[in-house]
Design a protein around this ligand. Structure first.
Ligand SMILES: [Zn+2]
Length: 419
């Protein structure tokens, strides 16, 4: 037998064995965010990418691969429902909003789609390593670099979380670039997809779906022309006809209220939403995805005052009872940090707002899964669910900071990190 044939048999058998492989995880502590409880000494059986059985006395088949996490805390894979994987900006460390807008222009209007797809690959890998097994990527990906990234992850070409992607962000004329020069009005496209009339809105949604968007992202405000409640309803209805939900960028209180009344699935940012607006969101079942900047993140973005605003708004949102899903909006880069480490750090803003570890974990798992319409398949460790599992040294239900040090990650039953 030649070396070559031996090798091919080895590879073939390994692949066949892997598909039929049963994995047994011994979990010293198993956290259920939905109930906020911890079970001790559990066995999780994983087969074909999904969870088959869980319990203290589950029998481990003799041929199963055993992963020993008996000295760790095991919990469902985490979600970040507001990412921009194909965007990275180099800020000058807190030089204010004008500097941020200049950096944003350089990173979007000038950077190539090819480079941005590669940025997406790097960021997807780092998000997964930090424990985020699912992300919702809300646009700013040039001409559908995010669709390419989602496909590459699904095809197994590159490691990354399960991705729900928005394609091009639908906005009133001008997008989010303030002070666009009339001689270069075209530079905001293809980054943004302008839609001003109801017909343009319907067409924009259809165009996004045709090019692989799996969620629709709209900008309601952030410029002189706000979408009206009727506009939002038009967009939500057309997205729903294509089976998609709508995420709405709302920088202002008025925008957040319009978006909620128009029936979007989630209001993004709502940095300074008033309590009456939060009450409208609660009554409509609208998720708050607060992108709650840490002090440092706010500084990097030139938005220092935003940290205090979001902590105060988080406090009020939880007091009102608005459903909250964890989303970060990290687009800046910092030496020694990754997109993953910067994104997981946002739990500290929740902590500062007095949100309990149980509630924070719910925002990062079950709530986020519900927002994405995935709550029957991800966001929990339960039989029939995809095996998206992470582990930490300490129990995050006791101190949330523990999630910042994920040491084991499994996605769809495949181990992507174990240290
Ligand atoms: Zn964003």
């Amino acid at each position: 037998m030649t070396v070559r044939s031996l090798l091919s048999i080895t590879v073939f058998s390994w692949a066949a064995a892997l598909s039929a492989q049963i994995t047994a995880i011994r979990a010293g502590q198993l956290v259920d965010p939905a109930t906020g409880t911890t079970a001790r000494d559990q066995v999780i059986l994983v087969e074909g990418g999904k969870i088959k059985a869980i319990g203290p006395a589950v029998e481990i088949p003799p041929k199963a691969r055993v992963i020993d996490l008996s000295n760790r805390t095991v919990l469902p894979g985490l979600f970040d429902v507001h990412t921009h994987l194909c965007l990275g900006i180099r800020t000058q460390g807190g030089n204010g909003l004008n500097e941020l807008l200049r950096s944003l222009l350089a990173a979007t209007a000038i950077e190539t789609d090819a480079y941005r797809a590669i940025q997406g690959v790097a960021n997807a890998r780092e998000m997964l390593r930090a424990g985020f097994t699912t992300v919702r990527d809300v646009g700013n990906a040039g001409n559908y670099a995010d669709t390419a990234l989602r496909r590459a992850v699904e095809d197994g070409l590159v490691p990354g979380p399960t991705i729900v992607n928005a394609g091009r962000i639908i906005t009133p004329y001008g997008g989010q670039y303030h002070g666009l020069p009339p001689t270069r009005a075209d530079i905001a496209q293809p980054e943004y997809l302008y839609a001003d009339s109801p017909d343009e809105m319907r067409k924009a949604v259809r165009e996004n779906i045709a090019f692989g968007a799996t969620v629709i992202k709209i900008v309601v405000d952030d410029q002189p022309y706000l979408y009206s409640v009727d506009d939002v309803k038009t967009l939500v209805k057309e997205a729903a006809a294509g089976g998609l939900k709508v995420a709405a960028h709302c920088a202002t209180d008025t925008g957040a209220r319009i978006a909620a009344e128009g029936g979007v699935a989630s209001v993004e940012h709502a940095y300074r939403a008033t309590t009456p607006t939060l009450e409208v969101m609660k009554s409509k079942g609208t998720f708050l995805v607060g992108t709650d900047f840490t002090k440092q993140a706010a500084h990097e973005m030139g938005m220092d005052e935003y940290h205090g605003w979001v902590v105060d708004r988080l406090k009020r949102a939880y007091a009102v009872g608005v459903p909250v899903a964890y989303g970060t909006d990290v687009v800046f880069e910092m030496p020694g940090e990754t997109r993953g480490t910067l994104s997981i750090e946002f739990v500290t803003s929740f902590d500062e707002a007095g949100v309990s570890p149980k509630q924070i974990l719910q925002a990062m798992t079950v709530n986020a899964a519900r927002l994405l319409g995935m709550d029957k398949e991800r966001g929990a460790i339960a039989p029939g669910y995809f095996a998206d599992i992470v582990a930490t040294a300490d129990n995050p239900l006791e101190k949330i900071d523990a999630v910042r040090h994920v040491s084991f990650v499994m996605k769809n039953g495949q181990v992507v990190r174990s240290d």
